[in-house]
Design a protein around this ligand. Sequence first.
Ligand code: UD1
Ligand code: UDP
Length: 376
Amino acid sequence: MTATPGPRPLVHVVGARPNFVKAAPVIRALAGAGVPQRVVHTGQHYDEALSGVFFAELDLPAPDLNLGVGSGSHARQTAALLVALEEAFEALRPALVVDYGDVNSTLAAALVAAKLNLPQAHVEAGLRSFDMSMPEEVNRRVADAFADLCFATSADAVDNLCREGVPAERIHLVGNSMIDSLEAVRPRLDPSGAQASVGLPDGPYGVVTLHRPGNVDEPGRTRALVEGLAASAAQVPLVFPVHPRGRAALEAAGLTGVSGLHLVEPLGYLPFLSLLAGAAVVITDSGGVQEETTILGVPCLTVRPNTERPVTITHGTNRLIEPGELAAAVGAVLAAGPAAPGQLPKRPPLWDGRAGERIAAVLVEWLRDRTVASAP
Ligand code: UD1
Ligand code: UDP
């Protein structure tokens, strides 16, 4: 690749499903401000259902580059990301690299930008599970270590960064751009249409997503989870859009043929959020789903020993459980029934649909300061 002439653009690096949801509002706000920008898709996710569908539904511009790195072990995938991103950054000459969340593409973008001495920003900085067995914890710590601008979703994330010695002037509490995406499509959500289209009967239902290594790579835990899902599905029909990671392990643990459990392919953003919005209960290990259920006011049972998103417990509907507690927890949620609007917790501060605008405002000012500083 040869270097691109013209003004140096701001370069967004995205690669996996949750990145697209977090980046769309930032890209939109920067476009509104007239900032030159490019979108690099690493190709970490490549299935239409995990990638292409989000560009269409979130009104994202097609990526300027798709690096096509694909899947592999952590080392292989990260190595491919490093090589491809170095080449891309050398060609694009970014004024600033912006990375999102905690996936391998995030880590690679941060590391390559650091080695090329490029300034960088991390959106969703400061979250900590304090569990280094999670690949995401490694990824987000690396991204934060190199970020010149840390955009935090919540006060606990700011506290984590301060405790780690990140200078206060680098930290910006801006809210949650994933919630901007939710609020943008909220008027178009159609829970009953989505319920019918995945074959769920009328009446209450639950939604399941599970893909974390901690749940699908350990056969004993995966078996306990599937038993919990079967006992839950006996109480309320469940729909489970199965992420490709873990499908085989879940099937080996007995996922198929369970009465009341509707297995479907990963869903597009609008049908999935529609299902979440109408659900009586959600069972998940996803980071983003913990946040979305908080805003939708839907009870969320997170099957994990910890969460990097404690605000979804203190200000939301989230609860951590073990696989063995699943069926009883579902029973308790169903017995309690839907919360009256007045009983729902207050949403986390700044999760108001305008985080992308706040991030863009900080970036515009940062770019202006640097342009002035480097003027002859
Ligand atoms: C990645 C992130 C995880 C995030 C999740 C969001 C890392 C280490 N993990 O997990 O934090 O929660 O994305 O969904 O970055 N595969 C396909 N089609 C695809 C992509 C992947 O079938 O389009 C399959 C491949 O078998 C691949 C496996 O899924 O080996 C895992 O993909 P990968 O991107 O490495 O991690 P995820 O589990 O998707
Ligand atoms: N999502 C989706 N379809 C699905 C499952 C999830 O559109 O079948 C969306 C979900 O609404 C959220 C994002 O994908 O916006 C979360 O991604 P994921 O759970 O894969 O990653 P995590 O947030 O755990 O990193």
